[in-house]
Design a protein around this ligand. Structure first.
Ligand code: ZN
Ligand code: FE
Ligand code: FE
Ligand code: ZN
Length: 263
C-alpha cells in the first residue's frame, strides 16, 4: 500500500500547483491514496506561510471537490497544525471545523517568534549555541507528543534542516521526544523533504528511526510536497530505511482512525 499524506496547496502562499495536479502526480507515481495537509490557520494571520483564517472553509471545500472529481481514488482531508504551547484550544477548535481524516502535529516554532525552519531567521542560529536550539526543539516535540491533539507527528528532527548539527551522539537530544512518543503511542512520519534541504537527509535520522522502531512507535512515509513533482519523491529510500530498522507496517488514517497496513 502506497500513499502520501503530507501535501500542501497554494493557500499557504509557498506551494505551487492546484490540488488536481498533485493528484495526477500521485496517480502517475502509482500511489493508492493521497492526502492533503496544508498549514493550519492561526487565530490571526500570525506569519506569511499559512492559510489565512478565512481560507479554512475554502481549503476544505477545495479538497472535498477533488475527492469527488477523482473518486474512487481516495483523497484524504488533513491539516498540518503548528504545535505552540498556549494554542491547544485553537487546535481543538480546528479539529471540530471539518471532517478531517487526520491532523498532523508539527514543531516549527520553538518560541512564539522563532520558526526554526524559516530561512528568514537564519541569522538567529549564530546568536544561540546550537545545543540550546536543539534542546528547545526536542523539548517542544516531546510536549507535542504528550498533548494527544494529533493523529501523527511531522518531521521529527526538522531542527537539522539547515545542517546546523551539534557534535557527538545526538541521542541526548532525541531522548525526551522518544520517551514521549513511546509513552503516548504516537505515530511519526518519515519525511523525505529533508533530502531536498541543506541537511540532505530524511527526517528523522536513521538513529532516531531505529530507536523509534525499538520502542514500538508507528510510522508512515510522506513527501511534504510543496510542488506536484515532489509527490512520493524518494519514497524508495524511506521504505528501505524503515525496513532495515525493522518496521513491517505503516499507518493509514481514515476519519481520524489509525489503520496499520504492510510496509
Ligand atoms: Zn510549507
Ligand atoms: Fe512542517
Ligand atoms: Fe508540510
Ligand atoms: Zn511539514
Amino acid at each position: 500500500m502506497r500513499f502520501d499524506y503530507h501535501i500542501h496547496t497554494p493557500l499557504c502562499h509557498h506551494a505551487v500547483g492546484e490540488p488536481r495536479d498533485y493528484i495526477l502526480s500521485a496517480l502517475s507515481a502509482g500511489l493508492d491514496e493521497i492526502g492533503f495537509a496544508d498549514h493550519n490557520p492561526m487565530p490571526t494571520q500570525f506569519d506569511d506561510w499559512r492559510m489565512a483564517p478565512e481560507d479554512l472553509s475554502r481549503y476544505v471545500s477545495m479538497v472535498l471537490e477533488v475527492r469527488e472529481e477523482f473518486a474512487p481514488f481516495p483523497v484524504r482531508l488533513g491539516l498540518e497544525c503548528d504545535y505552540i504551547p498556549g494554542f491547544e484550544n485553537h487546535i481543538k477548535y480546528l479539529a471540530a471545523e471539518a471532517p478531517w481524516d487526520y491532523l498532523i502535529g508539527s514543531v516549527h516554532y520553538i518560541t512564539p517568534e522563532w520558526d526554526i525552519d524559516n530561512p528568514k531567521h537564519l541569522k538567529r542560529w549564530n546568536e544561540h549555541p546550537v545545543d540550546e536550539i536543539w534542546e528547545a526543539y526536542f523539548q517542544a516535540y516531546a510536549k507535542m507528543a504528550s498533548s494527544g491533539l494529533f493523529d501523527f507527528l511531522a518531521h521529527p528532527d526538522l531542527v537539522k534542516k539547515f545542517g546546523r548539527v551539534p557534535d557527538g551522539d545526538l541521542m541526548r537530544f532525541y531522548a525526551p521526544a522518544l520517551d514521549a512518543l513511546e509513552k503516548h503511542q504516537c505515530v511519526i512520519e518519515l519525511n523525505t523533504a529533508g533530502l531536498r534541504k541543506d541537511c540532505k537527509e530524511i527526517y528523522p535520522s536513521y538513529d532516531f528511526l531505529r530507536e523509534a522502531c525499538r520502542r514500538g512507535v508507528r510510522i508512515l512515509i510522506n513527501s511534504d510536497a510543496h510542488a506536484p513533482e515532489e509527490v512520493a519523491l524518494n519514497f524508495d529510500q524511506a521504505r528501505q530505511w524503515a525496513a532495515s530498522v525493522g518496521y513491517k507496517t505503516i499507518t493509514r488514517f481514515v476519519e481520524r482512525k489509525a489503520i496499520e497496513v504492510p510496509l
